[in-house]
Ligand binder design. Structure first.
Ligand SMILES: [Zn+2]
Length: 167
């Protein structure tokens, strides 16, 4: 019934002519020809389906907002660290803990970027296994991105206030 429901997000997010496994272009190949790069026989009908394009676009959208949030958190932590302590002490215990504290949100942002890059393959493989013919954005992606977005928004407020009080 809802088979042809179009994605709420633009399909421009996803280039459907690419192999979901290795990202090689399948553009001028016959539909029954396997991918010349990885040898996989790709279900072309699935590649054109909104059930494929939709979850990929949505995953990438979540990942984009989430990494933006986590980067904002990292910048806020870095900013606070530079304000309260002497940056010369980078090799001290405090400096090292601060570095780990700042690196953690950066790592989260990087993992969301990796998730976005792998979205095509993940969605394709999940769809092939799915009994309903539909897949959702992974819960892990949504949780990590939501936390980043929520805390990131708070951090933007903190940064604006801190920069305002500097003058
Ligand atoms: Zn391939």
């Amino acid at each position: 019934m809802s088979e042809r429901t179009p994605s709420r997000l633009p399909a421009a997010f996803v280039r459907v002519s690419k192999c979901p496994i290795c990202r090689y272009s399948l553009k001028d190949l016959a539909d029954d020809a396997p991918c010349p790069e990885c040898g996989e026989l790709i279900d072309r009908a699935l590649l054109r389906s909104p059930n494929y394009i939709g979850p990929i676009s949505e995953t990438r959208f979540w990942c984009m907002l989430g990494s933006f949030g986590w980067i904002t958190i990292a910048l806020t932590l870095l900013f606070s660290y530079l304000r309260v302590s002497n940056p010369v002490n980078v090799l001290s215990f405090e400096g090292l803990s601060a570095a780990i504290l700042i690196a953690t949100p950066v790592l989260f942002a990087v993992s969301l970027q990796i998730w976005a890059r792998k979205a095509r393959r993940r969605v394709y493989e999940a769809l092939k296994k799915s009994k309903t013919g539909r897949v959702q954005v992974q819960l892990r992606v949504m949780i990590l991105a939501s936390i980043g977005m929520l805390v990131g928004v708070v951090c933007i407020g903190v940064l604006i206030r801190a920069i305002g009080s500097m003058n």
